[in-house]
Design a protein around this ligand. Structure first.
Ligand SMILES: Cc1cc2nc3c(=O)[nH]c(=O)nc-3n(C[C@H](O)[C@H](O)[C@H](O)COP(=O)(O)OP(=O)(O)OC[C@H]3O[C@@H](n4cnc5c(N)ncnc54)[C@H](O)[C@@H]3O)c2cc1C
Length: 443
């Protein structure tokens, strides 16, 4: 019966492909609208390229899901620009729309002085990682960046560790190049920068590298580096704190960056459009509470990179509650204003969240428990966690469809025609694998 329904999924990456596949397996015809030619989202543009094996695996996973015969892919089609929610819901009558658009807007670092910066002494994490991942492509035409000695990374999550690593790899590369040495990124990532320099007969201590620094407002043991259930018990929390400390310690020893915990940026001093000093407030953690000590510090630096989180981009027609889409319930992700519009993946919270009562909670909690053993940042488990979370939502969507009457033949035809017209305008011939190969060949 439900095979006569159609659904639209916006965004075809980790969460979008999972949901589209789950719905397609239930017999629905699913249209996936993706703003980019290829649907790899954070896997391609947020996960640094040294995770090449994981990237390849996750991309293959997405490819195989989107190749499902019930899935109709529409590339280079952005919700809010080429199609609107109103068009999909009211003009075409698509009963189920799923937003799997991720979190691509850097949360703004709002400190005095930042708006006086006119050069690249102030950067955000998302464009920086995009440049780092794509800079080597022959046809790359995006913005290029130079990492400055002693760059400061503001933040404390997974991404800030990646950014600090990127800084150290770039600074090592720059210093080694002065000795005629070309560094190998994968060697630096796997064995550390000290080992990379040593195998070229260079000594870190003699290179004059001014290390990057992470500035984090809480303690290292509070860094959100592993997915955690809401209100974890004392045992889980203690284990998580141990894991966080180990991850950060491993990274410091391998990559040489420093971490200033319990410091909050308060302002920057800017000269001629460029940062010269970052001012900090020193915090303390007492009786489970974070507070300012009243002490302040001034850190001379010429580059600040903000990595304080990514949030969903506002889309016309989607109500927001603060930084997030306004959903009735964080787990099901259904919008407050529109029954039949659900959010999944990073579009809902920007990070992992779970409601214990869900039927699939056990499966999800197994994935989270597995995270408690790690000593390295483990993206594979995080992707799996997101995919499991998305899968769990399919059930809820299916229940919702039960409450509707089936669409008419005319409605189905008009949706099909609409999709075919969009695909033709983009030269998409209906074969996802052929399209992917064609796009990759142009890079
Ligand atoms: C640095 C880093 C930090 C991470 N931190 C976390 C974390 O804290 N918590 C966590 O759970 N996971 C985290 N992850 C893991 C990972 O990002 C997510 O689990 C997973 O990639 C999210 O998948 P997604 O499909 O929701 O979003 P994305 O991978 O971002 O995919 C969204 C897709 O939607 C498309 N899209 C966006 N807007 C539109 C539009 N308007 N119209 C059409 N298409 C659109 C995009 O192009 C993209 O393909 C992190 C990953 C990295 C690399």
């Amino acid at each position: 019966m439900k095979s006569s329904y159609m659904a639209a999924v916006i965004g075809g990456a980790c969460a979008g492909s999972e949901i589209a596949f789950g719905l397609a397996e239930l017999g629905l015809e699913v249209i996936v609208f993706e703003q980019n030619p290829l649907p790899y989202g954070k896997i391609e543009d947020g996960l640094p390229i040294w995770h090449e094996k994981l990237q390849l695996r996750e991309k293959k996973n997405i490819d195989s899901k989107l190749s499902h015969p019930n899935i109709h892919y529409v590339p280079s089609c952005r919700l809010g620009k080429h199609v609107t929610l109103d068009m999909l819901r009211n003009e075409l009558g698509i009963p189920l729309v799923v937003l799997a658009t991720g979190a691509w807007r850097d949360r703004a670092l709002k400190i005095p002085g930042i708006d006086q910066v006119t050069d690249d002494s102030f950067l955000y994490q998302n464009p920086l990682v995009y440049w780092f991942n794509h800079q080597h492509e022959p046809n790359f035409s995006g913005k290029r960046y130079d990492i400055q000695p002693g760059a400061v990374v503001v933040g404390g999550g997974l991404a800030s560790i990646d950014v600090a690593k990127i800084c150290m790899f770039e600074l090592t590369k720059q210093a080694a190049a002065k000795h005629g040495v070309t560094c190998d990124l994968l060697h630096m990532e796997h064995h550390g920068i000290f080992s990379e320099l040593e195998r070229h007969g260079l000594k870190y201590e003699e290179m004059g590298i001014e290390p990057a620094r992470i500035v984090y407002r809480k303690r290292v043991i509070d860094m959100p580096l592993v997915p955690m259930p809401v209100n974890p018990d004392a045992d889980k929390l203690a284990k998580a704190e141990k894991v966080r400390a180990k991850i950060v310690d491993n990274c410091r020893r391998k990559y040489g960056f420093e971490v200033m915990e319990l410091h909050s940026p308060t302002s920057v001093e800017v000269v001629d459009g460029g940062i010269r000093t970052l001012n900090l407030a020193v915090n303390q953690f007492e009786n489970g509470k974070l507070s300012a000590t009243g002490e302040t510090k001034s850190l001379p630096c010429t580059q600040v990179i903000s990595s304080i989180g990514s949030i969903p981009e506002p889309i016309e027609g989607i109500p927001m509650s603060g930084e997030l889409y306004d959903t009735e319930n964080m787990f099901t992700g259904e919008l407050v204003t529109d029954r039949g519009v659900f959010c999944v993946g990073n579009a809902i919270t920007g990070r992992g969240n779970i409601k214990d009562s869900m039927k699939n909670a056990q499966r999800l909690s197994n994935v989270m428990t597995a995270n408690m053993q790690q000593t390295e940042v483990d993206y594979e488990k995080i992707f799996k966690f997101q995919a499991e979370k998305a899968k769990a939502s399919v059930e809820k969507m299916y229940e919702y469809l039960d409450t509707l009457s089936a669409p008419t033949i005319e409605q189905r035809e008009s949706i099909s025609n609409f999709v075919t017209t969009l695909q033709k305008a983009r030269n998409y011939q209906g074969d996802f694998a052929a399209w992917r190969d064609q796009i990759l060949a142009t890079r």
